[in-house]
Ligand binder design. Structure first.
Ligand code: UDP
Ligand code: MG
Length: 330
């Protein structure tokens, strides 16, 4: 691999009420970045802090205006929004994200960059010995196991804030809501190469955690979204239509069966057969047919949205081009 001398690094730090951690974090970051020896900037995104964070950041900016950038939100918009803002303002070719609470150790940055240089586009930190309370680590394990199994992205630790990206990754993943937990899945779907590096993890010493165990409930809901986004988003009828046809088919079979019974009784005079009008099965059959039609209609509506919002250049992701190609419209 080529030596990484002419690169520029942007460190993006999302933070909410982390006043006591910021100064030591800055010091450790600088130590690590100076050791790496590349151009760098550190972007602090203050996600609506109400403690002394903003004045600490002002001080940091004053002493090191060459490297420090501060983006201050008007109010708390969430970590995903903070990361989006950081990505949008970052100038570097490589972007590093880490939490502000010193649970992630900047000293691991060189190892993460070395991994990136092996030819990866995204390197995630894997907290092999996570220093958080049990009510967080247990759901986290379940979450990681499930996401990894269903998506085929072989990471142990999706939700760690410590990651290193090539710019192309942060430019192309679309993050909204709380989808920051799924960046590796979204990147994988675009064909980016992903690796992980085991890191040390530290207990939180200052400030309070912003997320409880409840986040994992949201995380699993978002997982449903992400599964849809990465599989059937571009062909909604394949999902809804298939389910709709199956349900409609079951309804049709049930109702055909009931129709035969009706004919046997009313036309064939078989009075030993019960009247179908009061049978629960009739209700099931009718409901299944209606539900099936509704599912198919939803799929067709999805296809309609898709048709009108379709942009050909968003249907693929190019790794590289050799030779000149025509620029559209040029
Ligand atoms: N954070 C943020 N906005 C929020 C919540 C959290 O920017 O709405 C930051 C927080 O300051 C920290 C990082 O996101 O830098 C991770 O949060 P936390 O340490 O509370 O999560 P945990 O480590 O407990 O999972
Ligand atoms: Mg933390």
């Amino acid at each position: 691999m080529e030596p990484s001398t002419s690169r520029s690094l942007s460190v993006v730090v999302p933070l909410l009420n982390e006043a006591d951690s910021l100064r030591p974090l800055y010091d450790r970051l600088i130590d690590s970045l100076v050791e790496v020896g590349e151009l760098y900037e550190v972007i602090f995104v203050d996600d609506g802090s109400t403690d002394a964070s903003s004045s600490v950041l002002e001080d940091l900016y004053r002493i090191d205006a060459e490297h420090v950038r501060v983006i201050q939100f008007r109010r708390n918009f969430g970590k995903t929004a903070a990361l989006n803002a950081g990505f949008a303002h970052a100038c570097g070719q490589v972007i590093i994200t880490l939490d502000a609470d010193l649970q992630d150790d900047p000293a691991e940055i060189p190892a993460m960059l070395a991994k990136l240089d092996e030819g990866y586009d995204l390197v995630a930190a894997w907290r092999t010995d996570r220093q958080d309370p049990l009510e967080k680590t247990v759901p986290s394990r379940l979450f990681n196991f499930t996401v990894s199994r269903f998506t085929g992205v072989g990471l142990h630790d999706f939700n760690c804030g410590f990651k290193v990206y090539r710019r192309a990754v942060t430019d192309s993943v679309r993050l909204y809501g709380e989808l920051h937990r799924f960046i590796p899945v979204l990147a994988h779907q675009q064909g980016f190469r992903i690796a992980e590096v085991p890191v040390q993890h530290h207990p939180r010493r200052a400030g309070a955690s912003k997320y409880g165990a409840r986040r994992y409930a949201k995380g699993f809901l978002d997982f449903g979204t992400v599964l849809f986004l990465t599989t059937y988003l571009k062909r909604p009828l394949h999902l809804f239509g298939a389910a709709g046809l199956a349900v409609f088919g079951v309804g049709t079979i049930i109702n055909l069966y009931l129709t035969i019974l009706w004919l046997l009784r009313e036309v064939g005079g078989r009075t030993d057969i019960a009247a179908i009008g009061t049978r629960p099965l009739l209700m099931v059959g009718v409901l299944a047919m209606i539900l099936g039609i509704q599912l198919i209609s939803i799929g067709l509506l999805g296809e309609m949205l898709r048709y009108f919002t379709f942009r050909p250049t968003e249907e693929y992701a190019i790794r590289r081009v050799l030779g000149e190609t025509r620029i559209a419209g040029g």
